[in-house]
Design a binder for this molecule. Structure first.
Ligand code: OSB
Ligand code: MG
Length: 377
């Protein structure tokens, strides 16, 4: 699908980066670790017209992917931002080619791209959703539930989210915390829309265990094997009735095309950070839609900035499964935007204002900032 409403050029005067620490309402545990505070980088693009905001979704440690906060901070300040400031005047769709010579670092690039795109769209009065091709004004909201102390604590946590109205539950699993946890949720809540996420914790040698999940009628199993295991995921998919969905492995539209060719996945989780930006995310959406492969919008515990952008992305027509686009309150008591995303009848609204359609709360931003740097041309 072509970009619906083109974003004009901006004159980039500078870029500000901040490391923020946002306390989580409760610790979040996955197969790769536990976090109690979300460390994230917020980007502000200073242009001759509007300021634009973006978010670099790296975590403190390289456990989900090879990227991590200090690495993203360094590559952005040392290489990416200077290359952008050198160009000065550029259209949002040209940012990718300026950053292209630098290998990898997709989350860092995605955050910078979003800030420039937001500045451009705000100056032109175009909402991000309209720019990307959104066809809905709200999106169904799923929730990602971390590993709890034991299966009964998991049931309690899931009950709370169902009571709030979340329309789909995803539980995190790891070896030893898979079958019993899933069984406990199925036993307690019956036929709810349920899926599991392994965050790469298994190998093909675990195929028999993973096949036991087939009896639970899950929507999908997300990323059971390693990021670079496209062939093993294809073998596993042959042995499971549960649809295999890829997250970590899908680092670009090329990786998505390869995964579909190999039969590594029948569903794809799209995260703009992981794939290097919202425009690349739309490309993956387009190719999956053409191939009849359902996609859904993943999350990285975004602040109100990334959360607004994810709602816009998830409103594209190929996003036919509920995403991890939950209310801000799922993770935070206090967000950095003035109107954090809320759950209404199991849905999150797509902002309608220009750009991201959310405003930054300067006091909250300042309170949570632990490091700040500005580069100007
Ligand atoms: O694998 O989807 C994941 C959070 C951090 C890193 C990886 C993942 C997650 C989540 C949370 O599952 C998704 C969310 O932001 O709600
Ligand atoms: Mg995942």
């Amino acid at each position: 699908m072509p970009i619906a409403q083109p974003a004009p050029k901006v004159a980039l005067e500078g870029i500000e980066l901040r490391v923020l620490h946002l306390p989580l309402v409760s610790p979040f545990t996955t197969s790769f670790g536990t976090e109690a505070v979300r460390e994230v980088i917020v980007v502000r693009a200073l242009t001759s017209d509007a300021d634009g905001w973006g978010e670099i979704v790296t975590q403190e440690s390289p456990l989900y992917s090879s990227e991590y906060t200090q690495g993203a901070w360094d590559v952005a300040l040392r290489f990416l931002i200077p290359a952008l400031l050198d160009r000065h005047t550029l259209a949002p769709e040209e940012v990718a080619s300026v950053l292209e010579p630098f290998v990898g670092h997709r989350m860092s690039k995605a955050g910078l791209k979003l800030a420039i795109l937001d500045a451009s769209l705000r100056s032109a009065g175009i909402p991000l959703g309209a720019h990307l091709g959104a066809v809905r004004d709200r999106v169904p909201s799923g929730v990602s539930v971390g590993i709890q102390r034991d299966p009964s604590a998991l049931v309690d946590a899931v009950r709370g989210y169902l009571d709030e109205g979340y329309v789909r539950i995803k539980i995190k699993i790891k070896p030893g915390r898979d079958i019993a946890d899933t069984a406990a949720v199925r036993d307690a809540f019956g036929d709810i829309p349920l899926q599991v996420d392994a965050n790469s914790a298994y190998t093909l040698a675990d195929a028999d265990t993973l096949a036991e999940l087939d009896r639970f009628g899950l929507l999908l199993i997300e990323q059971p094997l390693q990021e670079d295991d496209l062939v093993d995921h294809a073998s596993l998919a042959q042995r499971l009735r549960t649809p295999v969905c890829l997250d970590e492995s899908i680092v670009s539209s090329k990786a998505a095309a390869d995964a579909l060719t190999l039969g590594s996945a029948s569903v794809i989780n799209i995260k703009a950070g992981r794939v290097g930006g919202y425009l690349e995310a739309v490309r993956i959406h387009d190719l999956c839609r053409a191939a009849g492969i359902p996609v859904w919008c993943g999350g990285m515990l975004e602040t109100g900035i990334g959360r607004a952008a994810n709602a816009a992305l998830a409103a594209l027509p190929g996003f036919t499964l509920p995403g991890d686009v939950s209310a801000s309150s799922r993770f935070y008591d206090r967000d950095i935007v003035t109107e954090p995303a809320v759950l209404e009848d199991g849905h999150v609204r797509v902002p309608t204002g220009a750009g991201l359609g959310v405003e930054i709360d300067p006091v909250a931003l300042e309170d949570m900032t632990v490091a700040r740097e500005v580069l100007r041309r």
